[in-house]
Design a binder for this molecule. Sequence first.
Ligand code: SAM
Length: 282
Amino acid sequence: MAASSDVGGVRRLARRTRRVVGRTRRRARQVVHRARGWTDRESAERWDRGDHPDLRRSELGSRFLDHRGRLVDKWLHYFPAYDRHFAPWRDGFVLPDGSRRPLRLLEIGVYHGGSLQLWRNYFGPDAVIAGVDIDPRCETIDDHDLMIRIGSQADPAFLRRVVEEMGGVDLVLDDGSHHAAHQRISFDTLYPLLSEGGLYVVEDLHTSYWTRYGGGLGRRGAFVEVAKQMVDDVNSWAHGHAPVVLPAGTSASEISFSDSMVVIRKAPPSVPRRDTRGTPSF
Ligand SMILES: C[S@@+](CC[C@H](N)C(=O)[O-])C[C@H]1O[C@@H](n2cnc3c(N)ncnc32)[C@H](O)[C@@H]1O
């Protein structure tokens, strides 16, 4: 009896500690927000009304605002960034010789299926739109133009099977568990399978700073840290060392960081070239 009430007491204490830590973290974040001059309510109201200028100007953002299909759950500031990166592929993925073929997109994290519908709407009827999720309920999403497979993003064999079924992949969006270890397994598995010129996007990287997702500011292994290290791999021709984090035999030409998101462009290994034009001034 005494032992079970001790256990109950420890659990209560643990719950209370978690609540206090959570509250303290939220307050700390608010203090940082204020110190940086962010007017939380004003900004939130603008996003809520859908009249944030960037969102309204974004093709994908306006399609999101008009979306009446299955539930989609995205941070609104992603849309303008997506537009910048994805707009060139709305008529198909561009091959190195400049020709086009239907884009093949894989999203990790289907949830209610709304984001897959949004991608279909944006990329048109010819694109291959596929999603994976660990939640078996996603199998009930029976849209004939979506390919949904159930499994974990931490299972390389599963991911390889899905890509094989898709016939390859040009664009990966990781919006799954957001756990650092899972994000890394998916990246290490899928990046080598990505087409040259394709994009690998990892969303919700604010979780890279949160311990429950295996993150923390500057924490080794958090995906944002992995992506920072990749900068050295993009410039590897200059230092001559082996890639630090990119999977063997792969290269990247561009890494784009924005709030909570990193976009990595796969490219064949190359050494850049300088050239000159014009007449010397002195
Ligand atoms: C944030 S939701 C995805 C939202 C969706 N992409 C959207 O934009 O509407 C995250 C999804 O990841 C799924 N998930 C969690 N852990 C996973 C794992 N290990 N492998 C695959 N999916 C996972 C969850 O079941 C959930 O549906």
